[in-house]
Design a protein around this ligand. Structure first.
Ligand SMILES: Cc1cc2nc3c(=O)[nH]c(=O)nc-3n(C[C@H](O)[C@H](O)[C@H](O)COP(=O)(O)OP(=O)(O)OC[C@H]3O[C@@H](n4cnc5c(N)ncnc54)[C@H](O)[C@@H]3O)c2cc1C
Length: 417
């Protein structure tokens, strides 16, 4: 790694402690091989051990290192803000998964339950989120409510000790595998849009929940439509007070930005193993590299990849100093998303006909096309680039806020698409 930050004494001690834990909990010889730079031995040990990322999720999830900032009593360390960064760099060093398989549970649901949930909810859900025993999804976006999330229409009506839910969500990542969902629903249509919402934990196996996978451009189905027909949720599964759903949802959304900022979603992040240099992978996907015009574009992409690294470095160094990164998170999200799109479009364009048609066994051409198609989602997922630019304009540059034409008006009376 070229951009490195030196540990202070406390961080160095914590790093040693985590390294010892890794050495004890990984197959014999794993950490030693990598400490000695012996990648071949590491690969053999990994293959012989049958390393399984799901089993690993359980191993680290039952230790306090999967979520060091969570309270000790719920499986964390009640630790310092720099700890996740130290842990992450050790996971990279020892070629382990850096993104939790239960990303939405660990990154979004857990922090929301810790901040707004009841004692019973914390006891019931948090440890199983960390161990990956229960996968979570986020039931927020709807066909008419994405960026303008607080306008959503899924209804929850109280019926004694239960709520009855009807409506539809869309783009729900992992819903087809999830045991639980974070559900934002409208409980008071006569209140202004932000005030009539309530936040629930939904058991995805409840009668009346129908999950329909959506086929994406890439051919895979990461996300789903989810329909609710008279779904019953016990009031005990309400998170926060009735009508306080927006406050809880903001906690989820803030944590979503933090969880997604700067993470790489390439498969190695979930499985671990030897990661190819991403720059090398990109270079290999571009033909005609002797062409001076192609070389000029490649040089430009290289410069941009350095800018990206340096911005990520600034955010990481702020975290290690115990500070919250400033604008770097939003700036890097927008920059990364657009950079990925520019770069993958260029690789396809530079390939000519081979960019759009290839023989079935040409895995490299297939991967190039997949990367190009998947990159379309980068400027939408986790907040669109336009909306993030609005936020940066308001919060960082101090420009005036967007006019809110429906402020204070009951949700039932506002114009919706
Ligand atoms: C891969 C992927 C995974 C996702 N996973 C989930 C999930 O698990 N759970 C979930 O709830 N949602 C999920 N989403 C949904 C995502 O949060 C929404 O797509 C996103 O918030 C945008 O909403 P929308 O698609 O309705 O677009 P819209 O909000 O309708 O936006 C349409 C266009 O208008 C622009 N626009 C909107 N408002 C403004 C404004 N005020 N100023 C300027 N431009 C504006 C947008 O930038 C966009 O270009 C996922 C999306 C993707 C792509």
């Amino acid at each position: 790694m070229r951009w490195e930050i030196e540990d202070n004494a406390e961080q160095a001690a914590f790093r040693r402690e985590f390294r010892e834990w890794l050495a004890e909990n990984l197959p014999e010889g794993w950490t030693k091989a990598l400490d000695e730079g012996d990648v071949d031995s590491f690969e053999k040990i990994r293959a012989a051990s049958g390393f399984n990322p799901f089993t690993w999720t359980g191993t680290i999830g039952r230790s306090p290192y999967a979520a060091p900032l969570w309270p000790k009593e719920y499986g964390g360390l009640s630790g310092e803000s720099w700890m996740p960064q130290v842990i992450r760099s050790e996971l990279v060093r020892y070629r382990l998964p850096t993104v939790a398989i239960n990303l939405l549970g660990v990154g979004l649901a857990g922090p929301t339950i810790i901040e707004h949930g009841t004692e019973e909810q914390k006891e019931r859900y948090l440890r199983k989120i960390l161990s990956g025993e229960e996968i979570w999804c986020q039931l927020f976006s709807e066909p008419g409510s994405g960026s303008d999330l607080s306008s959503l229409a899924t209804r929850a009506v109280r019926d004694g000790d239960e709520w009855v839910v009807n409506g539809q969500k869309v783009w729900t990542t992992l819903a087809q595998f999830a045991q639980f969902g974070m559900l934002l629903a409208r409980t008071d249509p006569e209140a202004p849009k932000h005030e009539g919402l309530t936040y629930f934990i939904l058991d995805m196996k409840s009668p009346g929940v129908e999950v329909r996978p959506l086929k994406q451009l890439t051919g895979s189905s990461e996300f789903n439509e989810v329909f609710f027909t008279d779904v019953h949720i016990p009031d005990a599964n309400r998170v926060g007070a009735v009508g306080e759903g927006w406050r809880c949802a903001r906690t989820t959304l803030m944590n979503e930005r933090a969880a997604l900022a700067g993470i790489s979603l390439d498969p190695v992040s979930f499985t671990g193993g030897t990661r190819r240099d991403p720059w090398r992978t990109f270079l290999d996907s571009v033909p005609n590299r002797d062409d001076p015009l192609v070389r000029q574009r490649l040089a430009q992409f290289y410069i941009e990849s350095e800018v990206k690294e340096i911005t990520a470095f600034r955010a990481n160094s702020a975290r290690l100093r115990g500070q919250q990164p400033g604008a770097e998170g939003s700036v890097n999200k927008v920059f990364n998303a657009e950079y990925n799109q520019r770069r993958s479009s260029f690789a396809v364009n530079a390939s000519g006909m081979a960019g759009v048609a290839w023989l079935p066994d040409d895995k490299s051409a297939e991967a190039r096309a997949q990367t190009f198609l998947r990159a379309r989602a980068n400027t939408i997922e986790g907040g669109t680039s336009e909306v993030l630019r609005n936020q940066m304009a308001e919060r960082i540059l101090g420009l005036p806020r967007d006019p809110e034409v429906d402020k204070g008006i009951p949700w039932s009376q506002i114009k919706r698409n």
